[in-house]
Design a protein around this ligand. Structure first.
Ligand code: ADP
Ligand code: MG
Length: 816
């Protein structure tokens, strides 16, 4: 029996040459060889199973043998399924946890372990912990496999690196003392060498990841195929390692390697990690690019970015010529942008045979298989359905509708309550380190979740579904899954979008459970019944494409020159009702003319990485001579609802402070503007923020966003004009974008009814208008709807009904 490594070596040698049917030698690829070998193995297993069955027909086998047979069958099914999928393959696959030893019989290992624990106790008395212990053993076994405990050569590698590291530290320290006897210098040198040894450790860690074993064959596959689908479980190293392998193999000499992530946090955190592994400064060789934040430079060769940013890149550079490799990562997430990218990259691959395209996913779903065969078929097509304009007039636009909705309100509340309760328990319990993580958590706080937990303490990570697959945190033992997810849902009938709390899908629930016990024993506590899991949860999460407002995407595709949307190569075409609704909205906003063509206004709107209504509001501010104020409001709206700070113990103080911003006018938009401009007057003072219960972090990011919007104004030739006194002009600009979001007060004096598609809505309690009932205007325009216990309007301002007819005559008409 060969060791894994020896076996691989043998294959490598053998695979170079193979005898064909006529007896002559021919060269075959390793891939092909492996496939054949697998088929052969498959036949052997099948024969074996058939033999066994025939032999023992009618005889009851002992449990152990039955179980072995069952396992063989399972393996057989698995391999059979795979080899069917493998025909006409263009795919590369990493093993999942159950397959890590090439199909080892985990269940058997488990039962053997059970036996051992049973034996160790006297008599028949069963060790009550046997099951747990056996299971732990199994898990530990699985985990240590990663480090090559079964594989002498690998573990030697690991040790060697470790020894080097110790020598290295000594060397450095001695060098340091030679230079000077100054304590500081020694300390500095020590720090440097510590950092260096930490780096060595990182390099060693890289080799322990499951993907490392596949480095060579992966590179070979990339060399031989233009498009590759990579499937490997979360945490196996796809995102952090593969781009580095390609870089090491020289792919970055011809252009950048771009890797997309569905989430901002993931893009930042992965880039940070990879830059550490490469020993470079973040933003130099390795960088990231997310909306409103570009951390790259001329040196950058590995660029991690949100899928929305790659879409934007398409608009400026239709052939993606600055890239040599594009990796569409986390494809299983099915965000809107990733789904759209699928359609676009397929074209690009045909256009640029030198571009390598990797699609990676934690699961191999039907869509990926379809993509594969689609791609193979579409290669043969000569004409291209989608035309790209050579030099797009409006070359930027964002389709980055964020998938993951911020649930940081809940996370922060949970954090606070946990802190209070643990404080009350005092020294009765061990230290609990609480780490929240959600998509717009500032990056300096993000790294906290990866820090090792000190001895005797426990770490709890409070996460949105970002931790489902995008981020891997090692050492998680327990997962608590409440079984819900917050998602934006769009109602094509009313054209309204709202944030809703929905049960998760089975796929999500399984991913969540999989976060525990990756590197040791683990458990998942599901806060719902088994029955609910079996009968109520959907199998898969509804792809964003099917449940979102498409206006943004339609606008980006149109400015790419793709007019025939009904025939665009969507992976799963969105409901045509939603497409039509999107066209209708863009028409109402003046972005399209009645022939369905992009207008000047539309082209300008497309330039802003914002929701079309928000971009329209900015474009309209040109007419009302208040662009300066409007971009401040737009920036403040973009930092979401995290401007006003209301600590539990100082709510009255905070509310009083906030009231100042609402005085003398009616509306949250103007209040946001006042907060921004007053902060600016204090020269962006942090102290001022504390005094006024304003979140300084949110303000700083609003300032950044505002800066970028200012740059974009220049691009679309809108002059920056300030007109702070004319509140009516400001409100009219807002209404020019948000007229579809208008509502009128009902008789009860507190609820409202939306004007266009009547439904009852309420002012969100966080609104300035919610506090004083008498102040509530009869007509309002709102930024968004949020569905919790009721349908709430968030960010609400007064509206004059005549504006609706004036600004959107094609949308609203006066009743006689
Ligand atoms: P995949 O993309 O296959 O899910 P990744 O490449 O993201 O896997 O992660 C591989 C491993 O790298 C993880 O198991 C984790 O140990 C480590 N890792 C990734 N990101 C970080 C980070 N920001 N800090 C520390 N470790 C990380
Ligand atoms: Mg990943």
């Amino acid at each position: 029996k060969l060791s894994k490594r020896e076996e691989e070596e043998a294959i490598r040698r053998a695979s170079a040459l193979e005898q064909d049917d006529v007896g002559s030698l021919r060269k075959v690829s390793r891939q092909e060889y492996l496939k054949k070998r697998e088929k052969k193995k498959l036949e052997e297993i099948r024969d074996y199973i058939e033999d066994e069955q025939n032999l023992f027909e009618g005889i009851k086998l002992p449990e152990a043998e039955q179980s072995e047979l069952r396992n063989k069958k399972q393996i057989y099914e698995l391999v059979k399924k795979r080899s069917q999928e493998d025909d006409n393959i263009n795919e590369y696959r990493m093993p999942d946890a159950y397959d890590i030893e090439g199909g080892v019989n985990q269940e058997k290992r488990f039962s053997v372990a059970m036996e051992r624990y049973r034996d160790s106790k006297d008599g028949d008395k069963m060790n009550p912990f046997a099951e747990q212990e056996a299971w732990e053993d199994l898990q530990i076994g699985k985990a240590t496999l990663k480090f090559g405990s079964k594989n002498r050569k690998q573990s030697e590698d690991y040790n060697l690196v470790f020894e080097d590291q110790i020598e290295f530290i000594q060397g450095e320290v001695m060098d340091g003392s030679d230079v000077g006897h100054d304590d500081d210098a020694i300390q500095e040198e020590e720090e440097k060498s510590m950092a260096k040894s930490a780096h060595e450790k990182l390099l060693a860690d890289r080799k322990t990841l499951p993907v490392y074993r596949y480095r060579e064959s992966l590179l070979e596959a990339v060399e031989n195929h233009q498009v590759l689908i990579i499937v490997g479980e979360t945490g196996s190293g796809k995102t952090t390692q593969i781009p580095q392998y390609l870089h090491e193999a020289g792919y970055t000499k011809r252009g950048m390697i771009g890797c997309t992530q569905p989430r901002r946090v993931a893009a930042m955190s992965v880039a940070t990690r990879v830059s550490q592994e490469m020993g470079t400064k973040l933003g130099h060789e390795v960088g990231y690019s997310i909306r409103f934040e570009d951390c790259t430079s001329d040196k950058t060769v590995l660029k991690y970015m949100t899928d929305g940013m790659l879409l934007r890149q398409f608009l400026g550079q239709p052939d993606l010529k600055s890239y040599s490799v594009v990796m569409v990562d986390e494809a299983h997430e099915r965000t809107l942008s990733t789904d759209i990218l699928f359609g676009l990259v397929k074209d690009i691959a045909r256009l640029r045979p030198d571009l390598k395209l990797l699609i990676s996913s934690a699961t191999l779903d039907a869509r990926l298989l379809r993509f594969r065969s689609d791609f193979q078929n579409s290669r043969k097509e000569v004409s291209r359905r989608n035309k790209f304009t050579k030099a797009p007039e409006a070359d930027y636009l964002d389709a980055a509708i964020m998938t993951v909705l911020q649930i940081h309100e809940e996370i922060e509340t949970a954090e606070e309550i946990l802190k209070q309760r643990t404080r009350r328990l005092g020294s009765k319990i061990a230290e609990l380190i609480i780490c929240p993580i959600y998509s717009n958590l500032p990056s300096e706080l993000q790294s906290k979740i990866f820090k090792p937990t000190p001895e005797g303490a426990r770490k709890v990570v409070l996460a949105t579904n970002i931790a489902e697959t995008s981020l891997t945190i090692d050492g998680i033992k327990y997962v608590i899954d409440p079984g819900f997810v917050k998602m934006k849902f769009y109602n094509p009938r009313t054209g309204t979008e709202s944030l809703q709390i929905r049960p998760v899908s089975k796929a999500s629930a399984n991913q969540r459970a999989g976060r525990s016990g990756r590197t040791g024993p683990g458990k998942c506590f599901r806060l719902y019944t088994c029955d609910c899991y079996n009968n109520e949860l959907d199998d898969n999460t509804v792809p964003e494409m099917q449940r979102t407002n498409l206006a943004n995407v339609v606008l980006s595709l149109m400015s790419l020159g793709i007019d025939d949307l009904l025939n665009f190569d969507f992976m799963d075409p969105p409901p045509s009702e939603a497409l039509l609704k999107a066209l209708e909205l863009l028409f109402a906003l003046g972005a399209l003319n009645k022939h369905g063509e992009l207008t000047n206004v539309g082209r300008k709107m497309a330039e802003f990485p914002l929701d079309p209504m928000l971009s329209k509001m900015i474009v309209a501010s040109d007419k009302y001579k208040c662009s300066d104020e409007i971009i401040s409001i737009a920036a403040m709206l973009s930092v979401e609802n995290s401007v006003f700070y209301r600590p539990k113990d100082k709510q009255v103080h905070a509310d009083n402070a906030h009231l100042n911003f609402h005085m003398g006018h009616v509306g949250d938009h103007i209040a946001l503007l006042k907060v921004y401009s007053t902060w600016k007057e204090t020269n962006f003072s942090t102290q001022w923020c504390y005094e006024n219960y304003i979140q300084v972090r949110s303000m700083k990011s609003a300032r950044d966003i505002r800066g970028q919007l200012e740059g974009l104004l220049e691009r679309v030739e809108i002059e920056l004009v300030s007109n702070p006194g004319d509140l009516e002009a400001i409100k009219k600009s807002i209404t020019s974008g948000y007229f579809p979001h208008s509502a009128r007060m009902q008789k009860d004096g507190s609820s409202y009814r939306t004007v266009k598609h009547p439904q009852t809505v309420y002012i969100h309690p966080s609104s300035g208008l919610a506090k004083v009932k008498e102040l509530r205007p009869r007509w309002v325009v709102y930024h968004e709807l949020v569905l919790t216990s009721k349908e709430y309007m968030r960010q609400v301002s007064e509206l004059k009904p005549e504006w609706l007819v004036e600004l959107a005559p094609h949308y609203y008409q006066l009743k006689d």
